[in-house]
Design a protein around this ligand. Structure first.
Ligand code: AQP
Length: 332
């Protein structure tokens, strides 16, 4: 890719294996558009500390996710893929950004409100509250132009833009202002057990029926779709309820069909047929990724090397931005 191509940055948390929402809303698009951009993909392990996580799980899930991303088509010759904690500038810039962020901005973040409501204020750490500042640091450190994400991240990107503009107004042109890139199809896949809640790794950790993971076995995938919530109707009718709409959305995004085609295919069909159809489409799409995943996991040392090499290449870019900010605010 030419070095003048716009820079893409995007991150994913290694708290649990990635699910099909992550794949359809983010990873598949990252892999497909690698030739258009100068790409940086980050396994945001510091973000995974914002909710309770066992150290051995975090260590293992970083490798699981790295292998999943490579297996999904992220090509280390075209894209950097690294661990956030390998570049300390992320935490250092996050602190400065927190100091320039009004509390009210973070209090309005729906992800924080939802998660703290789920866990209770005494159980969530302060890191969950300041999470958007660390995410802004991730993006701004690399003079990012484009951030391809799912719909759930729109508010965090808006915050990043507002903060970068605020700092630029005060100190001059320090940051590049990034744009969110959110594709319409697959931008918000909902939970199979609860179609009102976004499919999410953290919910799947306690409710396995909530999400289909990219590395789930075909039998698990069939079982999870068979139990997916639908509604009281005996067959697919339109307008469909939220559970059925979510299954149709997964099907149309995996198969890359228009809504009209999907409606034609399933109108009047029993739910069992819809569930089988979606499960088989997902199994087929994931099969080559799973095969490649197993191969990559044969060589964890090579996987670690790939991550380190990317971090070594990226550290000078991150450090240059951090120095620019430190000079502007009076720390150098
Ligand atoms: N359900 C989803 N549909 C479409 N895209 C999604 N993304 C996440 N969930 C969906 C996109 O995937 C990328 C990585 O996001 P993440 O690591 O924050 O994934 P997560 O499943 O949201 O992880 P957590 O830890 O379980 O967080 P919460 O509890 O907040 O959901 C991003 O581009 C994201 O938009």
């Amino acid at each position: 890719m030419p070095t003048t191509a716009p820079r893409v940055f995007s991150g994913i948390q290694p708290d649990a294996p990635a699910h099909i929402g992550n794949y359809l809303g983010a990873i598949r698009n990252w892999a497909r558009e690698q030739d258009r951009y100068n790409n940086i993909f980050c396994i945001v392990d510091l973000h995974s500390l914002t909710l309770p996580i066992d150290p051995a799980t975090l260590r293992e899930q970083r490798l699981v996710l790295a292998a999943t991303l490579l297996a999904s088509g992220i090509d280390p010759h075209k894209s950097a893929l690294f661990l956030q904690s390998d570049i300390p500038a992320h935490s250092e810039l996050a602190w400065i950004l927190e100091c320039f962020t009004p509390m009210g901005w973070l209090e309005r973040m729906t992800q924080f409100k939802e998660r703290s409501a789920r866990l209770g204020n005494e159980r969530v750490g302060t890191g969950l509250f300041t999470y958007p500042a660390l995410m802004a640091a991730d993006i701004l450190l690399y003079d990012t132009n484009v951030v391809p994400v799912g719909e759930d991240q729109r508010q965090h990107i808006e915050y990043t833009r507002d903060l970068a503009k605020r700092i630029n107004q005060r100190f001059g042109e320090i940051f590049v202002i990034p744009e969110a890139l959110i594709k319409e199809a697959g931008a918000r896949i909902m939970g199979l057990d609860d179609p009102e809640a976004k499919m999410s790794k953290s919910i799947a950790a306690s409710s396995p029926g909530h999400a289909v993971m990219i590395i789930d076995s075909p039998d698990d995938i069939r079982r999870k779709f068979a139990r997916a919530q639908t509604d009281a109707e005996p067959a697919v009718r339109f307008p469909a309820g939220p559970g059925v709409t979510n299954l149709l959305e997964i099907y149309r995004t995996v198969r890359e069909l228009g809504w009209e085609q999907v409606k034609e295919e399933f109108a009047g069909k029993p739910y069992s047929e819809l569930k089988r159809g979606v499960a088989e489409a997902v199994i087929e799409a994931l099969r080559p990724i799973q095969e490649r995943y197993r191969e990559i996991r044969q060589d964890d040392a090579g996987l670690r090397r790939t991550l380190k090499e990317s971090a070594e290449r990226l550290a000078p870019i991150a450090n240059a931005t951090l120095t620019r900010v430190q000079q502007a605010v009076g720390l150098r």
